[in-house]
Design a protein around this ligand. Structure first.
Ligand code: HH2
Length: 293
């Protein structure tokens, strides 16, 4: 069983689709309604494909679905509010009807977040950690939903990439602490904030490996921790493989994160990841899931 300094569990209130964390690791399945996502999984605005994918992911073990309408890969083309909204909203509406798990929307833009929440989304995943636009925290507070605050040293298209850090863990933790303060000042309850160190965002291979090696240190922030390593270029660099051959490398990161108390893992390959998570949870947390997924 985990013996962390302060055992922690709780419930994220997701507008009736609440998520309990702490007992086992939650799996977030990724659906990119983009033409240009780094891993080649983007499906443009194809609503029927998104629904089919979401239904399959839930059957394979996804506890929540993350829908994104703008690629965050380095040198991606920035997308306007209206274009991103037009991609995301119909997919949120259809996926929320088709599955019963919470739908997260991966956006840095308050207008997109607002439209997606009005369309039935259950939480927001902000890769700018509420530090890009002050309106974002107010939107999240108004709809009373959870928020993932992720660390990124700036926009992929206008910062030196990777950035430089005095100590990557301390610097990222300080940034996430600021994000938490922004959320609290806007009226978002602490229990609704999830922190994410932003693996692959403005970090060198060494920085990413350090973040994963010292992931447990983010627990000192007191919020649930999410990490997204799936198919990222650090894995490609270590293994010397293209993006469509990064499954094993991605899976290898999951038990390492789980052994350090991560609460949510963000993955493209839900079936394989959910199996690895269940096995790791059985060993690390002493949690044995019943049922055959
Ligand atoms: N990574 C990506 C996008 N959103 N959100 C969180 N919270 N954490 C992450 O690590 C994270 C994220 C990048 O992956 P992907 O969505 O597959 O690619 P793209 O941004 O190119 O669509």
């Amino acid at each position: 069983m985990l013996s962390f300094p302060f055992p922690r569990s709780g419930v994220l209130r997701c507008r009736g689709r609440d998520l309990a964390y702490g007992q086992r690791t939650l799996v977030m399945g990724i659906i990119n309604v983009t033409p240009d996502s780094f891993s080649g999984d983007g499906i443009g605005g194809a609503v029927d494909v998104a629904v089919e994918r979401a239904v399959r992911m839930v059957a394979e073990g996804a506890d929540l679905i993350d829908i994104g309408g703008e690629s965050t890969r380095p040198h991606a083309r920035p997308v306007s509010d209206s274009e991103e909204r037009a991609r995301v909203v119909p997919v949120v509406e259809a996926v929320a009807r088709a599955v019963s798990v919470p739908i997260s929307v991966d956006t840095r833009k308050p207008k997109v977040a607002e439209a997606a929440l009005a369309a039935g989304a259950h939480l927001i995943n902000d890769v700018a950690g509420l530090q890009r636009d002050p309106e974002m925290a107010s939107v999240v507070a108004t709809f009373d939903v959870p928020i993932v605050v992720m660390h990124s040293p700036g926009e992929p298209w206008d910062v030196p990439w990777p950035a430089t850090y005095a100590d990557v863990v301390d610097d990222v933790r300080a940034y996430l602490d600021r994000s938490i303060q922004i959320a609290l000042r806007a009226g978002v309850p602490f229990g609704q904030v999830i922190v994410d160190p932003g693996f692959g965002f403005g970090k060198s291979v060494d920085d990413n490996l350090t973040l994963l090696r010292r992931l447990g240190e983010f627990r000192s922030l007191g919020a649930p921790v999410l990490i997204g390593t799936s198919r990222k270029s650090t894995i490609g660099t270590i293994l010397g493989v293209p993006v469509d051959e990064r499954l094993e490398g991605s899976l290898a990161t999951l038990p390492l994160a789980i052994a350090q108390g991560v609460d949510i893992v963000r993955v493209h390959d839900v079936r394989a990841s959910a199996r690895v998570v269940r096995m790791a949870d059985a060993v690390v947390r002493g949690f044995v899931a019943t049922g055959d997924r």
